[in-house]
Design a protein around this ligand. Sequence first.
Ligand code: X90
Length: 277
Amino acid sequence: MENIKLIVDSSSNMETNQAANLEVVPLTISFGRQDYIDNEQLNLKDFLTNMNSNRIAGKTTCPSIQTWLNALEGSEKAIIVTMTSGMSGTFSSALQAKAIYEEKHPDSQIVVVDSKSAGPELAIVIHGIEEMLQSEIRFVDLEEEIARFRMHTHLLFVLQSLHNLSLNGRVSPAVAKIAGLLKINLIGTASKEGKLEPLAKARGVKKAIREIIKYMEKDKYQGGEVIIDHCENEKDANTIKEKILANYPNAQVSIRPMHGLCSFYAEEGGIMVGFHE
Ligand code: X90
């Protein structure tokens, strides 16, 4: 279809690609007075060192309305995919930008999708949309088609710490309590409302990886695209990939390092698995 811009926030761990008309809009992570903008210029090593030193509790800020407006500038049609409205103001800020932009440009049409998820599931949704755009679909039908596609995409994750999630009030007190447990891996998913939903606890990584594979099957995984994002944990990401390929040799499985936002919340060792059934 003609010239439709795709815009996604940096929780997707994706990169801006002008040739593909895809722009990634950054969130910001701050430690005291030091702001890290989660874009291509972010020095991840330096960022992780600062984060792991834990001297100051960090916080995050969603993209401003103006940041979205800058990304929309010049586009008549655009699709914005944001991280979950259940844990971030990112969706709401994008919706406000849409209203302002459409009023200023009456011929423009902007679709804003609340992914109700984070990380690699956003990339899976973007890939799905890119595929739709290759077909004969009309722009007015896209929103419904994206909603249908999203019914078959999922997010699972393993977290070794919930420190930053609970310090920032992004999980309920009941979930935050699990954060105190040492050496526990929390396996979880994105709930229907787009909140962190614990599924299981595991001592040891092996067990945690088995749980991930088990829950993928429960989610009716049958060989679709998988993206595994990790925070300094390529080893476990690879093990998960191998296990998936053992059952589905033709599956497209990729591994990516998390960018700043996901690294901050998933923390060192954290793994997020986004997939299409
Ligand atoms: O400042 C902001 O608006 C950003 C807040 C982001 C909070 C959630 C980030 C989650 C990143 C952690 C594990 C996955 C949980 C996702 C459930 C939907 C990764």
